[in-house]
Design a protein around this ligand. Structure first.
Ligand code: NI
Length: 136
């Protein structure tokens, strides 16, 4: 960030501001300006990458899935093989009797990562999927 600072005034719904302040305080932010700056930066990072479909990025797909669904683990592995140019590595954690956690490191074109995430997300037994992208 440059040295030049702009002061802005924005209108937000009171309850949103209240929740924002509450949350950022719990995260350890000592002032609102720093929290707003970080929120702005994350929005730019995420949307910049999502908007430029041919642009590249690195990140991780995190999924939680039902260990009991027959064939699901193989299916998820097959999908990753299909996207072998996008998938760098993966880590499997047996969470408990029912659930598995898989963290898939990805690198590549936004459109490929999005397709991969979509394929995984739509399988029966996949309970949650989060995609975290960073632009180095
Ligand atoms: Ni497992």
């Amino acid at each position: 960030m440059g040295d030049k600072v702009s002061r802005i005034s924005v209108s937000v719904p009171s309850d949103l501001l209240e929740r924002f302040d509450d949350h950022t305080q719990r995260l350890g932010y000592q002032n609102r300006s720093k929290a707003v700056q970080d929120a702005m930066q994350s929005l730019i990072t995420e949307s910049k990458w999502m908007c430029t479909q041919m642009g590249g990025g690195v990140g991780a797909i995190v999924i939680v899935y039902d260990h009991g669904v027959k064939g699901l683990e193989e299916e998820l592995t097959d999908i990753q093989h299909h996207f072998s140019e996008t998938v760098c590595s993966s880590m499997h954690v047996h969470l408990d009797e029912e659930n598995c956690l898989e963290i898939i490191a990805v690198r590549g074109k936004a459109i490929d990562v999005r397709d991969l995430a979509q394929e995984l997300k739509t399988r029966r037994g996949v309970k949650q999927l989060k995609l975290a992208i960073v632009t180095p």
